[in-house]
Design a protein around this ligand. Structure first.
Ligand SMILES: Cc1ncc(COP(=O)(O)O)c(C=O)c1O
Length: 327
């Protein structure tokens, strides 16, 4: 299958910039570039805009009338999905792991403005996946045509979006004659990471991809990455031979768990804002940046190397967890 011509519902403003971070580079003794997927534009940006282009197109092809997905409190994915649904003339249902929405600000406020139906499953991740399926069943019983998007939009279609993002990055790197030594990104539901790994393989970029997990144990992430890569290879009918050693996930920056900020992540938010005028978010990208600082300090990421930090967005989370960011 020629995956570059899969149906796509335009949402993102592409290509996103590839920015130099000169002050951070000087401080860290390595050239740090940032791939600005916080600036995908649609509905306050972030990585989900790319994935949703393919998922919404598929929903429309299947004549669905409501997008159903799930996530944690302050989920960027639910906000982006709800907005994408509206742009496509569809309804949206967001199923949360939590028992209530917490702060009615940030993404939760945006979900309300978008008129998404919000359901609180009060369950762990696996039970929430089942709750999403149950919501779809109920909608079908009411005569609706739901389109189920798994948590994070991490499906082969979502991965294809990130394969193409790697092609976009490769074009930018070639134009500027840059050979990166590492890519660092946030690993959540693993679709972005798997898509980037698949893209790196497929387009022959030859660069290690370092994921920082912000929600799941390392082993679970590596298993999910392997499964998503297998499914994506099957979906595009192309081999994607990624060795186990290439599934690099760092677990030491997670702290007390998903949405629980760490002192290092908090410091990273202030440092990147005050050095470069760029906002990180407390749940995802700040932990990854804290990881990058530490990996660089420990020499895992080498001195004078060229490192691409893939910014996946999430700034509305700053307004969802203001006290965590301030204290
Ligand atoms: C800001 C941000 N970064 C990273 C991720 C992780 O992406 P993925 O779920 O594809 O691993 C998410 C997921 O919701 C996110 O909102």
């Amino acid at each position: 299958m020629n995956f570059t011509s899969l149906p796509r519902f335009p949402l993102a403003t592409l290509p996103t910039p590839l920015d130099e971070l000169p002050r951070l580079s000087q401080e860290l003794g390595a050239r740090i570039l940032m791939k600005r997927d916080d600036l995908t534009g649609f509905a306050l940006g972030g990585n989900k805009a790319r994935k949703l282009e393919f998922l919404v197109a598929d929903a429309l092809e299947k004549n669905c009338d409501v997008l159903v997905t799930g996530g944690g409190v302050q989920s960027n994915h639910i906000r982006s999905t709800a907005a994408a649904a509206r742009k496509a003339g569809l309804d949206a249902v967001g199923v949360f792991f939590a028992s209530s929405g917490g702060e009615r600000n940030g993404n939760m406020l945006l979900d309300e403005i978008l008129g998404a139906q919000l359901i609180y499953a009060n369950a762990d991740k696996n039970a929430t996946e089942r709750a999403i399926e149950n919501v779809c069943e109920d909608l079908r019983a009411q005569g609706r045509k739901p389109y189920l998007i798994p948590v994070g939009g991490s499906t082969p279609r979502g991965c294809v979006a990130y394969m193409l993002a790697v092609q976009e990055l490769q074009t930018q790197l070639r134009a500027q004659n840059i050979q990166p030594d590492a890519i660092a990104l946030t690993t959540g539901s693993c679709g972005t990471h798997a898509g980037i790994l698949a893209g790196v393989k497929f387009f022959g970029l030859n660069v290690p991809v370092h994921g920082v997990t912000v929600s799941r144990p390392v082993d679970e992430c590596r298993a999910r990455l392997a499964r998503l890569l297998t499914e994506t290879a099957h979906f595009i009918a192309q081999p994607l031979d990624v060795a186990a050693a290439e599934l690099i996930v760092h677990g030491e920056y997670l702290g007390a768990g998903y949405t629980k900020i760490t002192p290092e992540a908090r410091a990273a938010i202030y440092r990147v804002a005050q050095r470069e005028g760029i906002f990180l978010d407390p749940v995802y990208t700040a932990k990854t940046m804290a990881g990058l600082f530490d990996l660089r300090q420990r020499g895992v990421l080498k001195e004078n190397s060229t490192i691409i930090f893939w910014h996946t967005g999430g700034a509305p989370g700053l307004f969802g967890f203001p006290n965590d960011v301030l204290s």
